[in-house]
Design a protein around this ligand. Structure first.
Ligand SMILES: Nc1ncnc2c1ncn2[C@@H]1O[C@H](COP(=O)(O)OP(=O)(O)OP(=O)(O)O)[C@@H](O)[C@H]1O
Ligand SMILES: [Mg+2]
Length: 113
């Protein structure tokens, strides 16, 4: 099992949801977050000679999926979330050791579908 964490623009959420629905994703978690990338936020505020980094509102999607689904899901999110401008976001992929469906006590891959 693999965890996909995608940080995207707020106004791209619906487009991304649509492609994920087409791919039959079985579940996801969506969070309102704030963050910065290498531009450290768009507007820089001078405080004397120092910059204050600004945190931009973003949306984060967390999905745990089967190994076999990772590539297509990452590609779909990337395409749907892209504008080509700075601040389009990032996708992080990591391994997941275990999953439990609380109601049934099922474990592992079966929990995902
Ligand atoms: N290294 C990181 N770790 C965790 N979150 C990050 C990281 N880099 C970016 N993010 C998150 O992704 C959001 C968007 O980042 P952003 O797309 O601006 O990255 P970037 O590296 O500056 O790329 P670009 O040059 O395309 O803007 C940030 O607001 C932050 O929430
Ligand atoms: Mg950036």
């Amino acid at each position: 099992m693999v965890k996909i964490e995608a940080i995207i623009r707020q106004n791209k959420l619906e487009d991304v949801q649509e492609v994920l629905n087409d791919l039959n994703v079985s579940g996801m978690t969506v969070l309102d977050v704030r963050g910065m990338g290498r531009q450290k936020g768009v507007t820089h505020t001078y405080r004397g000679s120092q910059y204050t980094m600004s945190l931009t509102p973003k949306v984060m999607l967390i999905l745990v999926v089967l190994e076999s689904e990772v590539d297509s899901i990452v590609a779909a999110i990337q395409e749907a979330a892209s504008t080509g401008e700075v601040g389009d976001g990032k996708i992080f992929v990591s391994q997941v050791d275990q999953a439990v469906r609380i109601r049934t006590n099922e474990r592992g891959d079966v929990v995902l579908h």
